[in-house]
Design a protein around this ligand. Structure first.
Ligand SMILES: [Zn+2]
Length: 272
C-alpha cells in the first residue's frame, strides 16, 4: 500500500473514533493531512465521519482548489489550510464539535490552565477564537492569531480545531481537551477548582521538553503560565497568581462575621 493510501486509511480510522466519541454528529467535522507543499488530503463535504472509505477523500492545493476526488471538498478546509500555510511543522488538522469543549465555546468561557498535568504537557494554553460563519475566508482567519502559539483552539459557538505532526496526534489533542473540559465541569459541581502551584507547572513544562513535545510557547514568549484562573473559583490562595498579576483580596471568615455583626448593630441602633 502506498504512503498516501496508508494516510487515507488512517483518516478513516480517526473519523470512526471521532464519530464513536460523539465528537461529530451527523456529517459534522473534517480531517486533513498535508501530503506535500502542493497537496493536502481532506475529507469531503456532507459525509458521516464514522463511515468514510479511503476513496471518498479528496485532495486540494494550498489555496483550496480541488485537485482530485469524486466528492466536493469540505468548505471548512480553508481553516485547515490557514494552519498549513502558517506553520510548516504541521502535518494534520482535525476539526469537530466535541460537546464538553464546545460547551465552553458556546458559553464563551475561556479554558483555564494550571489544573491538569496532561493539559500542561500536551496542549499548553488553549485559546478561544471569535465566532464567524463557518466555511468562508473570514471563518478561517479567526484562528490565525493562535497558529504557532497553540495546538488546539476552541471556536466560539462552534467547536474545536487541533493540529499536530500526525493525524493521530491532531485527534489526540482534541480528545485530551474534551476530557479536560468534562473534568472541569464535574469538579465545579462538587467544589472549588484548585490550581497547581507555578513551580509544579514548571516541572510539567520540563517533562514536556523531555517527552519531545517541544518548548511550550509560554516559555518561549515569557507570557503568564496560568490564565483564566477565575474559572471555578479556587481556594482563594491561588498559587498561580504570582504569574498572573494581583488577585482580589478575599474576606476571611472572621472578617465576614465582624462586618455583618457591625452592620446588624448599626441597623438596630438606627431603629431604636
Ligand atoms: Zn464545524
Amino acid at each position: 500500500m502506498s504512503a498516501e493510501w496508508q494516510i487515507r486509511n488512517e483518516i478513516c480510522d480517526i473519523g470512526r473514533r471521532l464519530y464513536a466519541k460523539g465528537f461529530a454528529a451527523g456529517n459534522d467535522g473534517n480531517i486533513s493531512y498535508r501530503l506535500s507543499d502542493e497537496a493536502v488530503l481532506c475529507t469531503p463535504t456532507q459525509i458521516c465521519k464514522g463511515f468514510m472509505k479511503p476513496d471518498d477523500l479528496c485532495t486540494v492545493d494550498l489555496k483550496g482548489n480541488q485537485l482530485t476526488g469524486k466528492r466536493p471538498r469540505t468548505s471548512e478546509v480553508l481553516m485547515h489550510l490557514e494552519v498549513y500555510r502558517s506553520d510548516p511543522a504541521v502535518k494534520a488538522v482535525v476539526h469537530c464539535h466535541p460537546p464538553h469543549a464546545t460547551a465552553f465555546g458556546v458559553a464563551r468561557i475561556d479554558i483555564p490552565s494550571c489544573v491538569l498535568p496532561e493539559v500542561e504537557v500536551f496542549l499548553g494554553i488553549v485559546p478561544r477564537a471569535d465566532y464567524e460563519t463557518p466555511g468562508g475566508k473570514h471563518f478561517a482567519e479567526t484562528i490565525r492569531p493562535f497558529i504557532g502559539k497553540a495546538n488546539t483552539v476552541v471556536l466560539s459557538n462552534h467547536g474545536t480545531v487541533s493540529w499536530g505532526p500526525s493525524v493521530e496526534r491532531a485527534y489526540w489533542h482534541t480528545e485530551i481537551l474534551d476530557a479536560y473540559c468534562r473534568m472541569l465541569m464535574l469538579a465545579r459541581q462538587i467544589g472549588p477548582i484548585q490550581r497547581l502551584p507555578v513551580p509544579k507547572v514548571e516541572e510539567l513544562l520540563d517533562l514536556r521538553e523531555r517527552f519531545g513535545v517541544g518548548q511550550d510557547p509560554r516559555r518561549k514568549e515569557g507570557g503568564p503560565l496560568c490564565v483564566n484562573t477565575a474559572f471555578g473559583d479556587g481556594d482563594g490562595t491561588c498559587n498561580a497568581c504570582s504569574a498572573d498579576g494581583p488577585q482580589e483580596v478575599q474576606e476571611s471568615y472572621e472578617e465576614l462575621v465582624t462586618r455583618i455583626t457591625a452592620e446588624v448593630l448599626e441597623a438596630l441602633r438606627r431603629r431604636g
